[in-house]
Each structure stands twice: as structure tokens, then as C-alpha cells.
Design a protein around this ligand. Structure first.
Ligand code: AMP
Ligand code: MG
Length: 399
């Protein structure tokens, strides 16, 4: 349902330097062959392979060509041209013999110590990409390697999906700003920073609307400030408590809901709806629930709004080093530390006291997924896992 409602936003042009993590709105084509000329892959001598088939062989050096220079000469029988990596191979030559297998002699001669196959150490024009080929497809999120491709085809102002503008509102009478010392019965706002950061990593432009109390009028006024955003994300106030007012207040403000619960753990009370052109998520306030539902539902929405295909993270199969239980009857997501060791993904489930345990959650780099019908997985069994961004930051510790 989330993906169905998350239609790509209009595209815009950005400078290459600002394109990191943006999503291409159209296919990018090569403006020329790559490489654009027969390119020497080594420093050495350009020659005709047939002249050195019976190496060692002596060739006369008829010139040199350096990178950035167009060769004026051609290579005839028993001739060689000194050539540098990245330089165009002169006409007539069909191979480059690396300088290490050559010896300079007197009288403009070079000795080639070994035979070389035709085509060796030459990247022929167009062997990597032909002019007009699609080098990057629409929907690709631009990473450093993709920026290299854009640069090499001269696409310095790529068209990318507009960043979604996302407003984040944190609710809860007990929640105070992290910079203040909580009074008794108060807690610091940890969801605001965590969720805003998750949304930024997913490409959003985040505006934080601050803290709203669990009172109708104040909540209504705070929510209204988010109605010109593409997406409004609200933390807290969506479960069954007497002061969980986000749903009724959104309804009064004209929102309609696609769903108001999901059968997952943590995170059951998750609300997704629309108010005018604004998509609205109501995340559960429990810190782990807020982060997990943001990861599972809001992140794909934001990537889809930018036009990314596909917006879902891959699931890996991991080997459990300890048992995982799931008596919830819902699909559960258990925090785990996954390490890649000798071709295996070993998952150590982490002790967690549940959806409030944000410190245990921060130790995890993956979520082990236990489907609703699977109540127990023993050590040694496998399970699917969502690998989080921190999975790629292995500290080298044993699993
Ligand atoms: P709620 O979903 O509003 O019922 O909140 C569920 C639990 O999450 C309660 O224990 C809240 O105190 C806690 N909580 C709600 N919002 C936040 C927040 N912004 N940061 C940290 N904990 C929160
Ligand atoms: Mg609350």
C-alpha cells in the first residue's frame, strides 16, 4: 500500500557535485564510445604482434606518444612506438609490450624480449561502452561509482527525482528536548533525532516541527504545520492509550487512512494515510518500534517518491549463533549482530528488553525476520535478515 501511494515526484536538474544519493529520473546514455580511442593499458612499446612472434626481436623506434597526445606516426613492419598508459595506440600497431619486457639499445633500436598476443594491453575504442548505450538506468541511486560514469559521459547536470520534503513531529507530554534535563516522569526525545536521520539517509529534506503535547488543540495546530510537506511523519500517540490522539486529530483535519495497524513486532500501531497531497505516517512512540517502522515503511516510501527502483533492501540468509523466539503471532524483527566470516553470514541475536530498548537496538546491524508462523528458530538454523547500513562497518571482532 505504501509503494502504491508513493508516486515519483517531479524531476529536477542538479550539479554533479550535488548528485550523490539522488535518484536518476531518466536513463543516461554514453555520448561517445568508451574508451574514445584505442587506448594503451601499459607503459611500453606499441608494435605489431607478428613482428615479435619469434622474440627476442629488434625493432626500430619511430617515435613516442604520451597520454593526451594524438599520434602523428603509424607503426610499420619491424617498427615500434614508445607509448604511455592512456595514450592512443598509433595506427598499424596491434599490441603494447610493457616496458619491463623490453630493453633500449643504441641507434634507435629496442629489443623486445618476449612475444605478445595481438590485442594485448590495448583497450580498443568502444570496448567498454558504445556511443548511445545506456550507462546508468532511470531509478538508480547515485553512488560514487555512478558519479564517475556520469562524469565520463559528460552528464554534469543529471535529472534526478526531487527530494521529498518531510516534516517530523514528535508527540508526548512526557517527552522533552534532548538538551534539557528531564523532570521526574519525563524522558528525552530520542525518536526525533533517530527518525530524522533515517529519513535524511533515505534522501529526504527534513524539517523538524518540534514537540507537541498530547492535547487536541495543540496537537492539531502542530500537525497542521506539516500539511504542506510531501510527507508528514509523526512519532507517538498512535496506540490505544487515553491520550493517543494523533489518529482522531488527523481525521478531524481531513486525513484518511490506508491502514492503522500492521502485523509486525515491534511496531504494531503504525498508521499510514493521506491528507490532501501529503502522505502521513504515524509511528509508534516506542523508540525501537519507531526506528523499525521508519526503516520498513517510510524509507521505501521516500525512495519511491524519488523514483528509486527497487526501494526495498535485500534480505540475506543468516546462520543463527543462538536461538530466536517469536511468540507474538506477528512477523517479528529481532536485533542481531551479523558478521561475514569465510563466506558465511553469522548472526548473533542480541539480548533486548523489547521495543523500548534503544541501546540494545543500537548494537544491532541487522534485524532477523521471524515470520508470523515461526515461533522458534534454534541455534544453527537459518533465517532471513535485513542488513542495516551499519552492517558494512565491520569492526573485525570475532562473531
Ligand atoms: P506512545 O506510542 O506515545 O504510546 O509511546 C510509547 C512509548 O514510547 C512510551 O514509553 C513513550 O514514553 C515512548 N516515547 C514516545 N515518544 C518518544 C520519543 N520521542 N523519544 C523517546 N521515547 C518516546
Ligand atoms: Mg505518547
Amino acid at each position: 500500500m505504501v509503494l502504491r501511494e508513493s508516486l515519483p515526484l517531479p524531476a529536477e536538474e542538479v550539479a554533479l557535485a550535488d548528485a550523490l544519493q539522488r535518484v536518476l529520473a531518466e536513463d543516461v546514455h554514453a555520448d561517445a564510445d568508451l574508451p574514445p580511442f584505442d587506448r594503451a593499458a601499459m607503459d611500453g612499446y606499441a608494435l605489431r604482434a607478428e613482428d615479435v612472434a619469434l622474440a627476442p626481436a629488434r625493432l626500430s623506434v619511430v617515435g613516442g606518444v604520451r597520454a593526451g597526445e594524438w599520434p602523428a606516426m603509424t607503426v610499420g613492419p619491424h617498427q615500434a612506438v614508445r607509448i604511455m598508459t592512456g595514450a592512443p595506440v598509433p595506427g598499424g600497431a596491434n599490441a603494447v609490450q610493457p616496458v619491463e619486457t623490453t630493453r633500449t639499445l643504441a641507434d634507435g633500436l629496442v629489443e623486445i624480449a618476449g612475444a605478445v598476443a595481438p590485442g594485448a594491453n590495448v583497450a580498443p575504442r568502444g570496448c567498454e561502452v558504445r556511443r548511445g548505450d545506456v550507462v546508468l538506468p532511470r531509478g538508480r541511486r547515485l553512488d560514487p561509482a555512478a558519479l564517475a560514469v556520469l562524469a565520463s559521459v559528460g552528464c554534469v547536470r543529471p535529472r534526478v527525482g526531487r527530494r521529498p520534503r518531510v516534516a517530523v513531529l514528535v508527540t508526548g507530554d512526557e517527552v522533552v528536548d534532548a538538551a534539557s534535563t528531564p523532570a521526574p516522569a519525563q524522558i528525552r526525545n530520542s525518536n526525533g533525532p533517530a527518525v530524522a536521520a533515517q529519513l535524511r539517509l533515505a534522501g529526504a529534506e527534513v524539517a523538524t516541527l518540534g514537540l507537541a503535547p498530547d492535547r487536541r488543540e495543540a496537537l492539531a495546530a502542530a500537525l497542521a504545520r506539516g500539511f504542506d510537506a510531501d510527507v508528514l511523519v509523526v512519532s507517538g500517540g498512535v496506540s490505544a492509550g487515553d491520550y493517543d490522539l494523533v489518529e482522531p486529530v488527523l481525521l478531524e483535519a481531513g486525513a484518511s487512512f490506508f491502514f492503522t495497524r500492521v502485523a509486525i513486532k515491534p511496531g504494531a500501531p503504525l498508521v499510514f494515510g493521506r491528507r490532501g497531497a501529503t502522505l502521513v505516517f504515524g509511528l509508534p512512540g516506542n523508540p525501537v518500534s519507531a526506528q523499525v517502522t521508519s526503516e520498513l515503511f517510510v524509507r521505501p516510501c521516500l525512495l519511491r517518491l524519488q523514483g528509486a527502483l527497487p526501494p526495498l533492501r535485500p534480505r540475506a540468509t543468516v546462520e543463527l549463533l543462538a536461538p530466536v523466539g517469536n511468540r507474538s503471532g506477528r512477523t517479528s524483527h529481532a536485533p542481531a549482530l551479523v558478521r561475514a566470516r569465510e563466506g558465511r553470514l553469522l548472526a548473533r541475536p542480541l539480548r533486548s528488553l523489547g521495543s523500548g530498548d534503544l541501546v540494545a537496538h543500537a548494537r544491532a546491524n541487522a534485524l532477523v525476520v521471524m515470520e508470523a508462523g515461526r515461533s522458534h528458530a534454534a541455534a544453527g538454523e537459518t533465517a532471513p535478515a535485513l542488513l542495516l547500513d551499519s552492517f558494512l562497518e565491520d569492526d573485525g571482532e570475532p562473531p
